[in-house]
Ligand binder design. Structure first.
Ligand SMILES: [Zn+2]
Length: 408
């Protein structure tokens, strides 16, 4: 009987492939706990945040990570001030930090924020009458926190001594303005100059096959464009990139210390910052594939001859680019817009879109004579143009249809 099972296993192996590095069932378990009502939305400095911090520290401890917070604990406390019903209060939040020491000189930081909006008193809830309602934050960011836990498990148990150490860190205070990651980079528990690069996960639980993932920080080091495309291909993952190191998540704090950063994101959605961001909507298989890409990236970084070189790519939302585009419009697309066309969330100064008079809120429906249904149509058209070429863009501004001429 046993050998029969073994034969069956061997027969199945080629089909199981790499996706078995991360078990969707474990991913679901973590997210269901972190985003349960018992944790009350993990508001910074709340009892729910402490329960989540304990859960994360327990996982780190079982994996034999070294405590890398304050006073040989897993916790790095920080003071935070925010207003409740118009009155300011000082409270204590905490990051959770565990160190996988491979005896290397350089350390890669693998991070995600674990705080969320609590009962709607913190951050910006988009639910009507949100006060006193639990915001579970399954995608934002129990999903990324789970990524940190699963990667910690994978690299602790893989019987390989890598050429980098790994600092696994879950930040609090993110929803109140990247407070936890700012605290870490101001009072780092490993020397900042020993940090090779930082990998951030913020909302990786809603993979939509057609939209793919959004990778930010692409322009902060050439190494991302060198290593990630093949890994994404091996997992059949579509992706778009944003070159900027500055964005609305914790990688920004590291970028501002001249550390190469890369962040993974499955995109906005209708439950974003609402009480409906629940675990049953998480694509756990999709998250497992994203974690395979990140694990592969970490392994390939070990094979590089040199540490990732830092490049300045600071303009917030310098637009969707990929390494092989010669032109861009200089716009920040709205990734959560699911209607037809490319909705514009931001326009960069002195770039083709601004010069052509395209405004925030416009929806580009046609470019260079081609219909734009999704962001991929847009990217395809960019790929076919050269600097200096002129094309016509058709856009929707409110109910009005407008035509403008764009010079790339
Ligand atoms: Zn988030």
């Amino acid at each position: 009987m046993k050998s029969f099972i073994l034969v069956l296993l061997i027969l199945c192996l080629p089909f199981l492939g790499e996706s078995q590095n991360f078990q969707p069932a474990f991913i679901r378990q973590h997210i269901e706990f972190l985003a349960s009502d018992d944790l009350e939305g993990r508001g910074t400095a709340s009892l729910g945040e402490i329960k989540a911090a304990n859960y994360i520290a327990d996982v780190f401890e079982k994996l034999n990570l070294k405590p890398a917070g304050k006073n040989v604990s897993f916790f790095q406390p920080f003071e935070i001030s925010f207003a409740i019903d118009g009155k300011a209060h000082q409270l204590i939040g905490r990051n959770v930090v565990g160190f996988l020491d491979n005896g290397a000189s350089k350390t890669i930081v693998i991070g995600a924020h674990y705080d969320h909006l609590g009962r709607g008193y913190q951050g910006r809830s988009l639910s009507p009458d949100s006060k006193n309602k639990i915001h579970n934050g399954a995608d934002d960011n129990a999903s990324g926190t789970t990524g940190v836990l699963e990667l910690a498990k994978y690299f602790s148990e893989n019987d390989v001594v890598e050429k980098h150490n790994y600092l696994f860190i879950t930040f609090s205070g993110e929803e109140l303005g990247l407070i936890g990651s700012k605290r870490f980079t101001e009072k780092p528990t490993v020397p900042l100059n020993s940090i090779s690069c930082m990998i951030n996960m913020d909302m990786i639980g809603r993979l939509d096959e057609n939209k793919g993932i959004i990778i930010s920080g692409w322009g902060t080091s050439k190494v991302w464009g060198k290593l990630i495309p093949d890994l994404a291909k091996s997992q059949n993952l579509k992706y778009t990139v944003d070159s900027s190191g500055i964005g609305a998540s914790d990688h920004t704090s590291f970028y501002l210390k001249d550390i190469p950063v890369v962040q993974f994101f499955t995109g906005g959605h209708g439950d974003y910052h609402k009480i409906s961001d629940d675990p049953d909507k998480i694509n756990v298989d999709g998250e497992a594939r994203i974690l395979n890409v990140i694990a592969g990236l970490l392994q390939n970084l070990d094979k590089e001859a040199a540490e990732p070189e830092f490049l300045s790519a600071g303009n917030a939302h310098s637009g969707v680019t990929t390494s092989n585009f010669k032109v861009t419009l200089g716009v920040m697309p709205n990734y959560s817009y699911s209607g037809k066309g490319l909705k514009i969330d931001g326009v960069t100064k002195a770039r083709p879109a601004e010069k052509a008079g395209i405004l925030v809120g416009d929806i580009i429906t046609k470019l260079a004579g081609k219909d734009i249904a999704t962001i991929y149509d847009y990217m395809e058209i960019l790929g076919k143009h050269e600097k200096g070429q002129q094309v016509e863009a058709e856009l929707l501004r409110g109910k009005e249809i407008k035509k403008v001429r764009v010079t790339f």
